[in-house]
Design a binder for this molecule. Sequence first.
Ligand code: PLP
Length: 383
Amino acid sequence: MAKNNKFSSEENFLPTSSPVLDGNEKRYVGECFKTNWISANGPFTQKLEEKFAKWIGTKYAVACSSGTAAIHLAITSLGLEPGDEIIIPDFTIICSASMPILAGLKPVLVDVDEYWCMDPTKIEEKITKKTKVIMPVHMYGNPANMEPILKIARKHGLLVIEDACAAHGAEVGGKKVGSMGDVGCFSFYSSKNITSGEGGAIVTNNEKVAQMAKLLRSQAFEKPRFFHRFLGFNYRMTDIQAAIAFAQMENVNKKVAKRREIAKNYTRLLKGVKEISFHPEPPWGKSTFWMFGILINKSFGRNRDEVIEMLNRKGIGAERFYYSMSQQPIFLKEKNSCYPNVRGKYPVSQDIARRGLYIPSGLGLSLSDQKRVVKELLSLIKK
Ligand SMILES: Cc1ncc(COP(=O)(O)O)c(C=O)c1O
């Protein structure tokens, strides 16, 4: 279960999200025990990769140990090199910056738009001779504005890695996120639409990239074994994890629909409440509303952190948004040629990071749970 905070052990506590394992998960894990195939590269890993690639709409999927590992695998499998620059949104999770940095790349920050994803109108001014890749993040289930992003990438000969770790099933023009760039990255962490506890995958239409990702995920073992042309990692997914994720995939469309329904209910229940702002669904695509995020407006009479603290005390899970990359202490205080330049202006990203929180949005949430959340949230508004 995704732990929420110090209050999460209380009875009746409504977590922001917890996994729902109501399909064939137990049965398939039982099969792993029967066949004794509990480590990687077993039959469930293969079945999961085939099913996931088909659902996303790519030729290949390569399962791995986390979304973070997927981002690292994407970067290294595309042959990006130390010194290359990668454009990322300022509002994102730390691994959007840390994985490129670990691979010797330099992240370059771009502010986000009103849908909380990379703003395409601010990309070109950040492109230099060293830029090799753009990595939009489909934030909290919202698809980034892929059409102009892909156009810019084509114009400048850049690769595109889509971080779709939190947006399984989001779409742009009928295409699933993850399928539009050169590589898409996914997380199967316990709060995600599809989970294996921990886990992830990359997807791609490029056979060479898929083969390289498979190689690097397993220490770059080739033949003869233990003789290395490349340096890889241990990012393998176990077959037990793959069995769970495969069972989850059998109901994936229902899970996406449920997340959308939760968002619809909250939007209806909170209609006309001026003290908060919502995560708007962009006109160019379909969101999955992975986590239902809100922004606390000034008229609320309390700041975001107070609201979280008070909700938690009332037994309601609530978590702050990511810090923007331009406000990360490590990048502000330490000098390293790979660290992003944080001196630019990122007003939208920093505002969202300051005012944003998400409320319970897990797949097991009922309408009465949602009503309880809304009642408690509204009771905190200072008149
Ligand atoms: C946008 C984004 N990218 C990457 C990750 C990392 O995924 P994982 O926790 O599986 O490493 C997350 C996790 O929530 C995420 O939201």
